[in-house]
Design a protein around this ligand. Structure first.
Ligand SMILES: [Zn+2]
Length: 402
């Protein structure tokens, strides 16, 4: 029998209100200086037992004491209750994942995937390496990445080119760089595969080669070392007063020889030993103020004056390596303002290092030549994909076909 319907038949229908679980929320926290991982966790509503358990799991991967300030934790869970998932940065390339399970915290390490690529860039210099018109794969450059290459490039040619003096408008470079990139586009590593630099009309090449168990070094196309026994300068700043036999002295207010080179570097800039040697003076010495003197091979000495401070361990008799920091720029002694006064002496006589032919490191040994040449040819092929830029005024018109 059919019943008349006066409304929807609700006998078999029930509306049950099931509250939807609130979406999990993520919060981020950072390990601050002087803080322990346990203290960070304590701020997120975990019980002392839970914190103890978490720390014990973390310990299986890395000692909790070895986490440095700045480490980021991501804590995810229902609102107003302790997190059920924690992501903890173990190091640059791995994340520790911790998940709350009835039986305890499950853990797993995720490695950030790395992509390797080759980047080709060329630049026409406007005034310094920092101001260049870039061409090539410029769109693939990350934020601040070009600046890194400028530093690297200046390092590679530091023995051949004085970037504080020798770079001219119209100079140019091209580089092939192998990069390792993280998914967020940040650079994990970078290395040059080859470089060409045109400086004042001549082209210098730099091809890397690593001797077995040795360090990566750069050679020219013939296998001659780019590295010199002496760095071109102790601070990467402009020369404000060069070597001269007659110069008006701003403090003494009279003419006298300036038997050194002044670099206008800011107070506190690190000063580097231009070559390996032994410290022969470290302290205050008359008009030099606070200074360091180093004895090198071939009867050469270098002096670094007007320092604000001398590095720890820099004392008479100590050995220093090329490029080692020996002190900081200041204005002690007879000086009008912060600058580095650098002297170069050979057999006791002052010399002008910027006009001297400074000795180079040894060329590549015969047994590595074949391997080097193969690498060199591959690098030059790669570089040939981008043109070494030419300033518009230097451009030669199209060749006339005959
Ligand atoms: Zn000086």
């Amino acid at each position: 029998m059919l019943r008349s319907r006066t409304g929807p038949d609700t006998r078999d229908l029930r509306t049950v209100y099931v509250p939807a679980p609130p979406p999990p929320e993520s919060v981020y926290d950072t390990l601050r200086s002087g803080e322990t991982l346990a203290e960070v966790l304590d701020g997120h509503g975990f019980s002392p037992q839970q914190i103890y358990d978490l720390i014990e799991v973390v310990r299986q991967y890395k000692s909790p004491r070895r986490f440095r300030p700045g480490v980021v934790l991501q804590l995810t869970g229902p609102p107003d209750s302790p997190a059920e998932r924690i992501l903890l940065q173990l190091n640059e390339d791995s994340l520790l994942k911790l998940d709350a399970r009835p039986e305890g915290w499950a853990s797993d390490v995720a490695t950030v995937p790395i992509m390797v690529d080759t980047l080709l860039l060329a630049g026409l210099i406007e005034s310094s390496l920092w101001y260049a018109d870039l061409s090539g794969q410029v769109d693939r450059l990350g934020e601040g990445e070009f600046q890194e290459y400028v530093f690297d490039l200046a390092d590679v040619f530091a023995w051949k080119v004085d970037f504080t003096r020798d770079i001219r408008r119209g100079d140019a470079f091209r580089v092939a760089i192998e990069r390792e990139l993280r998914p967020d586009g940040t650079l994990r590593s970078r290395r040059f595969l080859g470089i060409e630099l045109r400086n004042r009309g001549s082209v210098l090449s730099a091809i890397p080669f690593t001797r077995p168990a040795g360090q990566r070094e750069y050679f020219d196309v013939d296998g001659e070392a780019l590295k010199g026994v002496f760095l071109r300068y102790p601070v990467p700043y402009r020369i404000t007063s060069g070597f001269s036999n007659r110069r008006y002295h701003p403090v003494l207010k009279r003419y006298r020889a300036h038997r050194g080179t002044d670099y206008g570097a800011p107070h506190g800039t690190q000063v580097k030993a231009t070559a390996a040697g032994t410290i022969t003076r470290a302290g205050t010495w008359g008009s030099y103020g606070r200074m360091v003197e180093i004895r090198h091979t071939r009867g050469i000495q270098t002096r670094y004056a007007h320092l604000s401070s001398i590095g720890a361990g820099i004392r008479v008799g100590a050995r220093v390596d090329q490029g080692q920091a020996i002190g900081r720029v200041g204005s002690t002694g007879l000086s009008t303002g912060p600058h580095l006064h650098y002297e170069f002496l050979q057999n006791g006589a002052h010399r002008n290092p910027s006009t001297m032919n400074l000795p180079s490191a040894p060329a590549l040994e015969e047994q590595y030549r074949a391997e080097f040449m193969a690498g060199r040819d591959a690098a030059l092929d790669l570089l040939s994909v981008v043109a070494l830029p030419v300033a518009p005024s230097d451009e030669i018109g199209p060749a006339v076909a005959d």
